[in-house]
Design a binder for this molecule. Sequence first.
Ligand code: SAM
Length: 286
Amino acid sequence: MHSDLWVEEKFSDFLGLRFKVENVLFSGKSDFQTVDIVDTKGHGKMLLNDGLIMVTERDEFAYHDMISHLPLFVHPNPKNVLVIGGGDGGTAREVIRHSKVEKCTMVEIDAMVVDACKEHIPQTASALENPKINLIIGDGVEFVKNTKEKFDVIIVDSTDPIGPAQPLFGEAFYQDVFNCLTDDGIVVSQGESSWYAMDIQQSLLSVLNNVFDQCFLYSFSNLTYPGGLWSFTFATKKHHPINDFNPQRVIDSGLDFDYYNHQLHTAAFALPTFVKKELKGLIQND
Ligand code: SAM
């Protein structure tokens, strides 16, 4: 028990976020990154990779709802889903709640993240025991290059573009993603902060536009990522995220959510004007 311990995410050379820690549950260094899990006073258990916050028990539902249910309620029949990264298990947990999903393959590069989350954050990781989830410990970049399988929806639940996640923001990777999507496939990716990482959003969307005809950005409110407003990119071969979305399908699914709902689905694509200006020509949200 530590009496006055705080964890600080140093997001940049001018911004940090501090959280009161009750207990350090796990600290390790894998071949890829440092992995820490702490129990915080206000946000429950928190996973940090390389000192950056990945997940907290308090608000993980917002991120995991929005990264998974948006594409899964747009694609008419998402039978085969691929998650790249997502080692905490939260995204795969949400994916397999969809009755249409027959299989969810998850490719996470770092076994230490998975093992530490299984032990300390069952809220997200316990779903990884589900037989619908095929967990592969390996590099997502290599996986999409080599797989012969076709996926209806691919979700790139990655860390920021540093270390092993850097190629997950590049064109070669998205060309391979395009090739292993079905003819009406959709890819959604962790899209960073419009407040603090517009350069990354512009670069990721430029890459996506070189590969896909239709690219969009949608956003949601997050409690523990810098700036509060966070985003996902949505690139699609066929289905439009709003015009091909049937709100009744969400209602009829009988699924209960804490963040996502059929109204927020469409609203998430309505972006602040500064974001629309900065991403002009790169997104088709209007
Ligand atoms: N919600 C999180 C965020 O954006 O803060 C992302 C969560 S999840 C923990 C991200 C995972 O992506 C990490 O566990 C990391 O190991 C994994 N990852 C990074 N590069 C990868 C790669 N090339 N292939 C597969 N997984 C990768």
